[in-house]
Design a protein around this ligand. Structure first.
Ligand SMILES: Nc1nc2c(ncn2[C@@H]2O[C@H](COP(=O)(O)OP(=O)(O)O)[C@@H](O)[C@H]2O)c(=O)[nH]1
Ligand SMILES: [Mg+2]
Length: 132
């Protein structure tokens, strides 16, 4: 089986599982048994939605200069994050797929989010390095 066929099968299985979780939730919802399972019901809903959308989170954390950025760049197959012998990334950074390549900086204060273009290949985008 090819890699793409595997992906397609995984996708179909995820959708089936998501449908089944929805059915379980509906069955409990419609039972009128007053089971006080609100928390479990919302967990079921969330799990079903995440399975349908293919959402999963991979958390990478560690001390400075342990190779986190290098590891993530290798995983992505592209030098998106700056990496250096000196500490250069020290903020919580979320990487996710997007139609166009960009970086969004969110501030703690009332300033609106700032959009940065990722123009230079090689992970050396000065504006991104400045913020990270
Ligand atoms: N020898 C070696 N150096 C690495 C490895 N991974 C990262 N580095 C180097 O360690 C330094 C810090 O890496 P970086 O990814 O910026 O670390 P971060 O602070 O955890 O994000 C850089 O100079 C990298 O080139 C590795 O597997 N082996
Ligand atoms: Mg880093």
């Amino acid at each position: 089986m090819t890699f793409t066929q595997n992906l397609s099968r995984t996708y179909q299985t995820r959708i089936q599982l998501s449908d089944r979780l929805n059915k379980i939730k509906e069955a409990i919802d419609n039972s009128n048994l007053n089971l006080t399972l609100d928390r479990e019901l919302s967990d079921l809903e969330m799990a079903s939605k995440n399975l349908r959308e293919g959402v999963f989170r991979l958390l990478v954390l560690g001390d400075l200069k342990r190779g986190k950025s290098t590891f993530l760049n290798a995983l992505l197959g592209e030098r998106i994050l700056p990496s250096d012998v000196n500490p250069c990334t020290a903020l919580l950074t979320v990487l996710r797929y997007g139609e166009t390549k960009k970086a969004i900086v969110y501030f703690k204060d009332d300033r609106p989010p700032q959009y940065l273009e990722l123009v230079q290949p090689g992970g050396n985008n000065p504006s991104v390095t400045y913020y990270l």
